[in-house]
Design a protein around this ligand. Sequence first.
Ligand SMILES: Nc1ncnc2c1ncn2[C@@H]1O[C@H](COP(=O)(O)OP(=O)(O)OP(=O)(O)O)[C@@H](O)[C@H]1O
Length: 284
Amino acid sequence: MTEPAAVRVRDLRKRYGRRMALAGVDLDVAAGEVVALLGPNGAGKTTTVEILTGHRRRDAGEVSVLGRDPGRVGRSGPAARWWQSEIGVVLQEVADLSELTVAETVRHFARYYPRPRDPDEVIELVGLAERRRTRIRRLSGGQRRRLDVAVGLIGDPRLLFLDEPTTGFDPAARRSFWALVRTLAAGGTTILLSTHYLDEADALADRVVVLAGGRVVADAPPTALADRAGRRVTVRWAYGERRVEDPVPLIAELASRHGGAVPGLTVTRPSLEDVYLELIGEKA
Ligand SMILES: Nc1ncnc2c1ncn2[C@@H]1O[C@H](COP(=O)(O)OP(=O)(O)OP(=O)(O)O)[C@@H](O)[C@H]1O
């Protein structure tokens, strides 16, 4: 028997007053998959993650997370406790426990779960072993984010939600965070990660779901998005430019028109970033 989907979303809708944040989103995450929800500011990524984790109500649509509706699972009772222990959540805004140390914080959250991971092991995993005794208010932004992830992992979740986990990281911190996500994925954790960094989605995800203006504008493995990038090339010459799939006939025609060499000829393939910008409508 195949494992049921970790996340299944159909026609999800959410408004804030007059502002349409989600205009009918479909999303699937299979067990064991790493899916990146990619999109610009205001695309609806956080709203989606908040609805899936039970932190925000939806207006319409079907949502199932580990077989339960997050809008109905409630806050207490055995079903809610089971569900909350199976998911790990790292949202953008976290509780302020700035007087506690790293180790105290992780141990504090471990008490909420029936089968927590070992706090020292989790601290080591997120790369904070040398900061175990540091108070939270003395951590850097990147270290603080790692602590958020430690708190998200302490319950040993099957499914982990990471909302823009590397915003504000320096390049080295991002790379080591990526290594952590890969370690978790290799251990079988299902991960839904929102990001506005294309390279992050490309580096980590089995599948990239691009959100723009509250809609899914692409849903494909990163390599398929890259292939889409490779298909169309731009041919420029001194008197014009055209985008074509196969540049050879156009160049032949231009060559015969100019009686030999084509003045100022260049042929360029779009980058993955060009395709992404086009998908989210930020390029003419
Ligand atoms: N609490 C709120 N009240 C009113 N409008 C909101 C609220 N939260 C989000 N919005 C609006 O809903 C839309 C989607 O926002 P959301 O935070 O989900 O996007 P996002 O993709 O996570 O953006 P970012 O990358 O900037 O975090 C935006 O237009 C935003 O201004």
